[in-house]
Design a protein around this ligand. Sequence first.
Ligand SMILES: *Cc1c(COP(=O)(O)O)cnc(C)c1O
Length: 385
Amino acid sequence: MIPYGKQDINQFDIDAVVEVLKSDFLTQGPKVAEFEDAVARAVDAQFAIAVNSATSALHIACLALGVKKGDLVWTSPITFVASANCALYCDAEIDFVDVEPTTGNLCAQAFKNKLEHAKLLGRLPKVVIPVHLAGHSCDMQRISELAKQYQVKIIEDASHAIGGHFQGNKIGSCHFSDITVFSFHPVKVITTAEGGMLTTQDSELAATLNLLRSHGITRELSQLTRPNEGDWYYEQHILGFNYRMSDLQAALGLSQIKRLESFVERRNQFAKYYEKVLKNLNIGFIKPLENCRSAYHLFIIRLPEDKDRKSIFNLMRQAGIGVHVHYFPVYLQPFYIKKGYFSGYCPGAENYYANCLTIPIFTQMKEKEQDFILKKLHDIIFDIN
Ligand SMILES: *Cc1c(COP(=O)(O)O)cnc(C)c1O
């Protein structure tokens, strides 16, 4: 089966991990800080905090921005469930802003309308979490202007988007947000097996995130209430977690990020070819906004509305092509239905979901495989045997 996405591991990656295995520190050694520096440099951020997953990153990002019981967080319904669950970890409530059917990304106009309505009700969100679906940036210009106007904080869920930019600003530079979150799960653009990263330009947020990812504990002399206790001494200042990344993971990340540019370039080449052929075949796809470089974590097409997605999906799988669907609207999950959400809540999202289909894109995909995928897709959609 040609997978829809796959990690790219070479001998340098393997050597980097083996080197850590033979070293003194499997965790809490020097590799984590090195990886943080490398990510900060790669995305033009002042601060980067490594954690064990993007899910953990989203949780402590919410906490660092003060999300608590009684607060409201908004996100996109077209995302992985973690983008919404993070608000519930903080005992806050989650709500969903509809997407643009053309991109599947959180819609700035829907955000504006929902903000106006929420203001009338006196129920504005504390945080909004736009998700850069497939690596295509949301319209961060408009979203951040609105967020400023209504004093809403922004966490960018950039799990798909490392290596991309929006209007010349790198995703992760937090030019339009308070915190950006990345995932390094193997299907994502670069991997640490499991792992995530937060970036910010705010030193206070960075310090709080640092505490939260490791039990709320600090050893910084300047922060200690008993600075003369001794070198063994540390203090717990807040309630944190063990969300640390290990040095094994960080070493893999450090090795991977050296190839970030070439990974994203390769993905863009595949995307360009897909787009050229699909246009000729009259098959739609989601595309990045102008002045925006996507990391193309995913390649998502839109099937003609009169075609049955399920049978196309099954036939593609039978042909050995690992197609997928990103995503089922989060609020229609049984867990969220129990909270009172219902079909029709976000028509744009349901419309998008009805005919989206993810086709394979990964750095080591062969050109022959891509041609095979396109041919099968064409033949199956237009019922040619
Ligand atoms: C993968 C993903 C996450 C979760 O990432 P983990 O590192 O697996 O916790 C969150 N949000 C989005 C949009 C994702 O794709």
